[in-house]
Design a protein around this ligand. Structure first.
Ligand code: PGA
Length: 251
């Protein structure tokens, strides 16, 4: 495990309050205290889970935030609200937010800047659809995503950002990018960070792979030089699946 290593879970819109609590208790009782773990949980559980995990290796992420500081935006949640209840991270740019809620790179950039302004750290997601992968244009596609948002951050904001490469065709489909496909893209992304910021920044930035990560493929993926861990959806909902994925990062 190197200092960039992180395993993040993305619960999406799953688990009731009791189940959420039980899952975190189970994760806390596992023996992987050295791994950095981030759990992306529904807003309504953040307060209690932030208290439960305080002082442990588990940090709590929101799965979204609003791009304005405050105001008449019925039903929305601001970055300052999140910060005030113990949130550490916010996941932004997830393909489901892009697809179902029409979020584009400009909005994602606004959200990232707002989050950083409040002192939240960000997990920024990028990744190509299947048609782009089949045309072999995934590097250009992801580069364009990054150029329109992530690479516009300033140095301090970038220092507080984790990148998650999540090819859309691999999310929730059971299809995983091969370890080599993940490595190729992660190397490309790290090079872009290097060019825009510095070699040191590129060296320090965590780049996670997401898309059907499970115990059976975690070891191979995490063994790649530029794959610093995973952003895990379905398999983060069960301690017996998420536990071994966390173990895979320690090895
Ligand atoms: P998955 O989801 O692991 O269920 O494919 C990953 C994600 O959407 O972050």
């Amino acid at each position: 495990m190197n200092k960039r290593s992180v395993v993040a879970g993305n619960w999406k819109m799953n688990l009731n309050s009791l189940e959420a609590n039980d899952l975190v208790q189970d994760l806390l009782s596992l023996k992987h205290h050295s791994a950095r773990v981030i759990l992306g949980v529904p807003y309504v559980y953040i307060s209690s889970l932030a208290r439960l995990t305080n002082g442990t290796n588990i940090e709590i992420a929101a799965q979204n935030c609003h791009h304005k500081e405050k105001g008449a935006y019925t039903g929305e949640i601001s970055v300052n609200m999140l910060k005030s209840i113990g949130t550490d991270y916010v996941i932004l740019g997830h393909s489901e937010r892009r697809e179902y809620f029409g979020e584009d790179e400009a909005l994602i950039l606004e959200k990232m800047q707002m989050a950083h302004q409040a002192g939240l750290k960000v997990i920024y997601c990028c990744g190509e659809p299947l048609s782009v992968r089949e045309a072999g244009e995934q590097n250009d596609y992801v580069e364009q995503q990054l150029r329109n948002s992530l690479l516009k951050l300033d140095k301090e904001q970038m220092q507080n950002t984790i990148i998650a490469y999540e090819p859309i065709w691999a999310i929730g489909t059971g299809k995983t990018a091969s370890a080599d496909q993940a490595q190729d893209m992660h190397k490309h992304i790290r090079q872009l960070v290097n060019n825009q910021f510095s070699a040191e920044m590129a060296e320090e930035t965590s780049i996670l792979y997401g898309g059907s990560v499970k115990p059976a493929n975690a070891n191979e993926l995490f063994a790649k030089a530029d794959v610093d861990g995973g952003l895990v959806g379905g398999a983060s909902l069960k301690a017996e699946l998420f536990g071994p994925i966390i173990e895979a990062i320690i090895e």
